[in-house]
Design a protein around this ligand. Structure first.
Ligand SMILES: *[C@@H]1O[C@H](CO)[C@@H](O)[C@H](O)[C@H]1NC(C)=O
Ligand SMILES: *[C@@H]1O[C@H](CO)[C@@H](O)[C@H](O)[C@H]1NC(C)=O
Length: 352
């Protein structure tokens, strides 16, 4: 329908644009405004003097016009419309098409109008004003189809209207394979195929010795997959209890370690564990968990007093401090009160 109207108006405008016998040029419309902007009326060229010709000037009728006079061109840029010359020049009788951009329309509901360069060096008609099309009209703007799987996979920027572009981003945060931009063509098809989101997987994490994975073992794990860890009896979890496959294919953390207990490397001396001074054989299995501190008693090199040295159990390894001397069986049996762990502690000043 737009097209028919356009042709009709083109016919009407061109029909009046070229020099013609007075019979087909409309009579000048009388009215205040017309009088002001219309050039002098005429019947033949002779009426106009040497520099002007008697030409049909649209609604002004036959008028004295200088044919070389031009109308403003180019026109100022507009965000809402595009102007295009339909004639090779912008001089008298040239035609100008003004088309509203998608989503905008003229007050008469159409999105295009034709203007003619008049004898007064102005483009005919009122300045076309393209305004944002109201909602029902916007809904009628032709669009390109966005299939459900595209909407479910991507966040799409743009309204998919004909003549506009959209941008895709993967909802999963994954990388896009293909073009991240697409253009909706006039025939309501997309210029490019829709891209795809690269599926993201995490590789199996390193195995945890002495641990259990509370999950089905797989060759690859999808995003958001959690792996929970447990350690075998007597092993202590060192690290996260759970790791998660992130959207970039990395795990949220390194898998934990399962750390072994340590045998207390003393038998005939008391040691301090968790603030309590006790005999190793009184401790369950004579073992301490990973990370536990064990404080040993050492003898002062010259004085009859003891000082302490602490060692930490790390994954099954706990050494006595260099100063520690394991009492002999005889010392332990015959002189238990003289064992280093049982004698007086040195004064702070005694310890070098
Ligand atoms: C994956 O993302 C996490 C957190 O956003 C970041 O710490 C890690 O370095 C990333 N890994 C890679 C391989 O980009
Ligand atoms: C062991 O000692 C270290 C250093 O003094 C301390 O940081 C840690 O918390 C102690 N560990 C235990 C289980 O008490």
């Amino acid at each position: 329908m737009d097209c028919a109207l356009l042709l009709l108006s083109l016919w009407a405008l061109t029909g009046t644009a070229s020099p013609q016998p007075s019979g087909t040029c409309p009579e000048r419309l009388l009215g205040e405004e017309r009088k002001r902007t219309c050039p002098r009326p005429c019947k033949v060229d002779k009426d106009c003097g040497s520099k002007r010709q008697c030409l049909c000037d649209g609604h002004c009728g036959l008028s004295c016009v200088a044919p070389g006079r031009t109308c403003p061109w180019p026109l100022p840029h507009s965000d809402k419309s595009e102007a295009r010359l339909l004639s090779p020049t912008h001089s008298f009788s040239a035609l100008l098409e003004v088309r509203c951009k998608p989503g905008f329309a003229l007050s008469n509901g159409l999105d295009v109008t034709i203007r003619r360069c008049q004898g007064d060096r102005q483009w005919s008609g009122d300045e076309p004003i393209c305004t944002e099309a109201s909602l029902p009209e916007a809904a009628a703007v032709p669009t390109c189809p966005l299939p459900e799987e595209v909407i479910n996979t991507f966040s799409v920027q743009g309204d998919a209207a004909v003549g506009t572009s959209i941008r895709y981003s993967c909802l999963s945060g994954a990388d896009i394979v293909g073009s991240s931009e697409n253009f909706c063509q006039d025939n309501q098809t997309w210029q490019n195929p829709h891209p795809i989101c690269k599926s993201v997987y995490c590789k199996p994490p390193r195995e945890v010795e002495q641990g259990y994975v509370v999950a089905v073992q797989k060759t690859e794990y999808e995003v958001d997959f959690d792996i929970h860890y447990l350690c075998k009896k007597n092993f202590l979890l060192d690290g996260p209890q759970k790791i998660t496959c992130l959207t970039n294919g990395s795990w949220s953390a390194s898998p934990p370690h399962c750390r072994a207990r340590c045998l207390i490397p003393a038998e005939r001396s008391r040691v301090v564990i968790g603030g309590i001074k006790r005999w190793p054989f009184d401790v369950t299995d004579a073992m301490v968990p990973h990370g536990e501190n064990v404080t040993f008693f050492c003898k002062h090199p010259r004085k009859q007093c003891s000082f302490t040295a602490t060692q930490t159990c790390f994954d099954g390894k706990l050494q006595t401090p260099a100063c520690y001397l394991e009492p002999t069986w005889l010392q332990f049996k015959l002189f238990p009160h003289r064992l280093v762990s049982e004698i007086e502690a040195c004064e702070p000043g005694d310890v070098e």
